[in-house]
Design a protein around this ligand. Structure first.
Ligand SMILES: NC(=O)c1ccc[n+]([C@@H]2O[C@H](COP(=O)([O-])OP(=O)(O)OC[C@H]3O[C@@H](n4cnc5c(N)ncnc54)[C@H](OP(=O)(O)O)[C@@H]3O)[C@@H](O)[C@H]2O)c1
Length: 327
C-alpha cells in the first residue's frame, strides 16, 4: 500500500515508518523538521517531505494516491509556544489531513490523540467513557482534533482514533530521558509520596495498536485508550528504570504543594524570557496526576495485546540511551 505518515520523523512516527517499510509498504512521510532519524528513514526508502500539516495544498498533494493515512504530527508542549500554534497544527492541521483523505478517497485513516484528553484520572483505571477533562491547552487541542475526525466519520470517512498513554522506548530523546537521567544519578527528588499512578506504553506496542486500529473493521469511528498491561506508582517506575540502568536509586521526598506554588511563581518570572523555567506547574503536576487506563476495549475490538513488557521495554530503552550517549 501507499501510506502517508504525518509526524514521520518524530519519535513515534519513525517507529511507525520502520514498521511499514519492514512490510514493504510505500511510505510518504511529512514532518516539519528533519530530526535525528531523517537520513536513516530516507536510506531505507521512505519518501520524506519537510513541511507542515497546516500547508493544505502540500497535505493534499502527498495524500493523493494513498490507501492509508496515519496522522501523528502534533504541536507538543514546546516552551513559549503560543496557543494559536497548538490550534493551527492540532485542530486546523487535522482538518486539512481529514479533508485531503476524504477528497482523495483514502480507505482508512488513523488519528493519534492522547490519553491526556481525560486529564487527571479520578477513578482509576479510566476507560474511554471517563470524563473528557483536558488538563492543558495541548490536551484540549488534541480533543478538538478528535472532534474534527468524528465530523468526517459522520460524513463517510473511515477513521479511527488511538489515545496513547505515556510513550517510551528507544529513540525518545526527550520525555522519559529526563527520568532516566535522574535515575542514573542514583538519587531522585520525589514530590509527595510517589504513589501517583503512571501508565507507560512501549512504543512498538503502540505501533501494533495503530496498525490493528486501521485493519479492524470494528475500529471505524471508535477511540481506543492504548497502554501497556499495567500502570504503576511513579516511585516504583523510577526504581525499575534504575534497575534497567544497573543503579540502586535512593529517594529524597519533598512535600508537593509548596513546590507546586514555587513553580507557578517561577513560570511567571520566566514568561518574558526565551528559556524553559527550571520548574513549572505542568512538570511538577507530573507527581500528582494519576494516569491509569483500562485497555479492554482495544483488547476486545482490535485484539491488542502489549507484546513488550515493562522490564524488557525499560532495558531496551536504557540500552539505546547508553549507545547514543544520552545517559
Ligand atoms: N509521547 C507521548 O507520551 C504521547 C502520549 C500521548 C499521545 N502522544 C501523541 O503521539 C503523537 C506522536 O508523539 P511523539 O511522542 O512521537 O512526539 P514527537 O516526537 O514530537 O512527534 C511529533 C512530530 O510531529 C512534528 N510536527 C509538529 N508540528 C508539525 C507540523 N505542523 N507539521 C508536520 N509535522 C509537525 C514534530 O516536529 P517538531 O518536533 O519540530 O515539532 C515531530 O517530529 C503525537 O500526536 C502526540 O500528540 C504522545
Amino acid at each position: 500500500m501507499r501510506v502517508l505518515v504525518t509526524g514521520a520523523t518524530g519519535f513515534t512516527g519513525a517507529h511507525l515508518v520502520r514498521n511499514l517499510m519492514d512490510e514493504h509498504h510505500e511510505v510518504i512521510g511529512l514532518d516539519n523538521q528533519e530530526g535525528i532519524f531523517f537520513n536513516e528513514l530516507r536510506d531505507r526508502g521512505a519518501d520524506l517531505h519537510v513541511g507542515s500539516v497546516t500547508d493544505e495544498a502540500l497535505v493534499r498533494r502527498l495524500t493523493d494516491g494513498c490507501q492509508r493515512v496515519y496522522h501523528l504530527a502534533a504541536a507538543f508542549r514546546k516552551v513559549n509556544l503560543p496557543k494559536t500554534a497548538y490550534w493551527n497544527v492540532n485542530v486546523d492541521g487535522t482538518r486539512y489531513v481529514m479533508q485531503a483523505a476524504k477528497d482523495c478517497r483514502v480507505e482508512r485513516v488513523l488519528y493519534c490523540s492522547t490519553c491526556g484528553v481525560h486529564g487527571n484520572v479520578e477513578t482509576p483505571p479510566a476507560g474511554e467513557d471517563a470524563p473528557i477533562e483536558p488538563a492543558d491547552y495541548y490536551q484540549y487541542t488534541k480533543w478538538e482534533g478528535e472532534r474534527v475526525v468524528q465530523e468526517f466519520v459522520k460524513d463517510g470517512l473511515w477513521a479511527s482514533i488511538v489515545r496513547p498513554a505515556a510513550i517510551y522506548g528507544p529513540g525518545d530523546p526527550e520525555r522519559f530521558l529526563m527520568l532516566y537521567r535522574r535515575a542514573a544519578k542514583g538519587r531522585f527528588l520525589m514530590l509527595g509520596d510517589g504513589q501517583t499512578h503512571y501508565h507507560p506504553l512501549y512504543v512498538t506496542n503502540l505501533i501494533d495498536a495503530m496498525r490493528l486500529a486501521t485493519e479492524s473493521e470494528a475500529a471505524r469511528g471508535n477511540a481506543y485508550l492504548i497502554a501497556d498491561e499495567h500502570s504503576l506508582p511513579i516511585k516504583e517506575l523510577v526504581a525499575k528504570i534504575g534497575q534497567a540502568l544497573g543503579v540502586d536509586v535512593k529517594f529524597v521526598h519533598l512535600p508537593f504543594w509548596p513546590v507546586y506554588a514555587a513553580s507557578v511563581v517561577c513560570e511567571l518570572i520566566y514568561k518574558p524570557l526565551p528559556f524553559e523555567p527550571p520548574i513549572f506547574p505542568r512538570r511538577v503536576d507530573w507527581f500528582r496526576q494519576n494516569r491509569s487506563f483500562n485497555i479492554s476495549k482495544a483488547r476486545n475490538d482490535l485484539g491488542y495485546v502489549p507484546a513488550v513488557d515493562l522490564p524488557e521495554g525499560l532495558a531496551s530503552t536504557a540500552a539505546w540511551y547508553r549507545e547514543n550517549g544520552y545517559v
